[in-house]
Write a protein that binds this ligand. Sequence first.
Ligand code: CA
Length: 222
Amino acid sequence: MKILVVEDERKVGQFVVQALTEQSYTVRKVGTMAAAHDAVAESPYDAIVLDLGLPDGDGLQLLKEWRQNGFDEPVLILSARDSVTDRVEGLNLGADDYLPKPFSVDELLARLRSLMRRRSGSVQVTVLERHGLRLDLLARELKVNGEPVELTNREFALLELFMLNPGRALTRTLIAEKVWEAPYDMETNLIDVYVRRLRQKLEGIGGENYFKTMRGTGYKLL
Ligand code: CA
């Protein structure tokens, strides 16, 4: 997932970039309308976080231009201008959400995640498949190359998280938050133990390497 952050205030920009990077997003930050314009023309983004008061103009102008040119990924407006008129104007021009400053980083992350989830298709996915793994979310069943494999609830939740984010490096912090709903405790290696167990179960049957260990950070489903 690649996110463009358009923000001219250095501190706010750095703060947002850091938070997104920690969640394993690829982030590019620009501070002017001109640079944002070029960035979107140069490469694709999965979402944009857009500040409105920019040194060379109004971010709403950019938004209007992007939407006219067919850029239809989520755009979340970040602005100190918190009047109802601004909000309505932003949404009318095609913004997907509007977060007034000051904001909490958790709220920003939650809203971005929900925007990207909404975008990734209105069809509810109930079966996840990858490299011979078939995870049925309704029946709560895993099959590896057609063979059923028993998983504990926690192992199931862990594999579901990986299969929802294939090819993406998931940090231990993120895994702890999603699967254990608790902050990651550096003292324990619980996550490593679970991943190892899951690995053994899958590889025992599938005979393939399903996970890659990202040294010092976490894991990735290949
Ligand atoms: Ca600004």
